[in-house]
Design a protein around this ligand. Structure first.
Ligand code: NJP
Length: 248
């Protein structure tokens, strides 16, 4: 029977591309996200399963995990940013949602699936964090705080799982052109497009390939972390743009 890879946030961007890449390597993929209708087409194409999942809702996580027969790979990818306001104007609800999705969502999914990852005898947890997990930029405090926390969670997990047959890999991307900026700016397409103006960002497939590669290593090889950025990006704030710089 094929090994099972669970991908959260598989309805778009990096999650959808990762499901495709892992299915290409022979995994039976189980796709989770809130927009189930989006998952269904992809799951059909990949011969996988589409299940509704809201990682901020403990009941939804429980229901999702109860449908799984096994799990070899868990990709904690669901997440994102909301807003780009300075801390002085922080929106508490946005901060709470970012923490709920990126941090508590990763904790909930991992806690629920650890028994199955142990049982598999060769489990792998991927945590999709960000360069915001170790860098800062103006207006990013809420997202940066959440991604720093998510990164800490991944590092702690590696200590706690020492001696168990489960690997932990953190994948920290720089700028990737997905729906990330559209969500961050509340659906404002112009604002989202400005983020990638004049530069070549990573594609979701670029990040998915990093995840696929880490998973494909032999069981005794733990790729601890992968930081992957566009060539046009040196730090969170230093971005090369043809024809001038609107900044990130
Ligand atoms: O973004 P996007 P990415 N429960 O918006 C899902 C990190 N990252 O692929 O529920 C379950 O296309 C949402 O599904 P839906 C970023 O922080 C990105 O770029 O249907 N799922 C969708 O499938 C995030 O951790 C960049 O709305 C939930 C997916 O999450 C990861 O990469 C840079 C959910 C988001 O897809 C994937 O983001 C970086 C919930 N409550 C880190 N809430 C970048 N793109 O530049 C959301 O450093 N989702």
């Amino acid at each position: 029977m094929a090994q099972v890879a669970v991908v959260t946030g598989a309805s778009s961007g990096i999650g959808a591309a990762t499901a495709r890449a892992l299915a290409g390597d022979g995994f039976h993929v189980v796709l989770g996200a809130r927009r189930v209708e989006r998952l269904e087409g992809l799951a059909g194409e990949l011969g996988g399963e589409a299940l509704g999942l809201d990682v901020t809702d403990p009941g939804s996580v429980k229901a999702f995990c109860s449908r799984l027969e096994g799990c070899e790979v868990l990709v904690n990818n669901a997440g994102g940013a909301l807003g780009l306001d300075p801390l002085a104007e922080a929106d508490e609800e946005q901060w709470r949602r970012m923490y709920e999705t990126n941090v508590l969502g990763t904790m909930r999914m991992t806690r629920a699936l650890l028994p199955r990852l142990f049982e598999s005898g060769d489990g792998h947890i991927i945590v999709v964090t960000s360069i915001a997990g170790f860098e800062s930029y103006r207006g990013g405090a809420g997202y940066i705080a959440a991604k720093h926390a998510q990164r800490s969670l991944a590092r702690n997990l590696r200590l706690e799982l020492l001696g168990q047959p489960v690997r932990v890999t953190e994948v920290a991307p720089g700028m990737v052109e997905t729906e990330f900026s559209l969500v961050r700016f509340g659906g404002d397409e112009e604002a989202a497009q400005r983020v990638y103006q004049g530069m070549t960002p990573l594609s979701a497939d670029d990040v998915a390939e990093c995840i696929r590669w880490a998973v494909a290593q032999p069981a005794h090889v733990n790729v601890d972390e992968i930081v992957v950025r566009p060539r046009d990006q040196a730090t969170a704030t230093e971005v090369y743009r043809q024809g001038g710089s609107p900044g990130q």
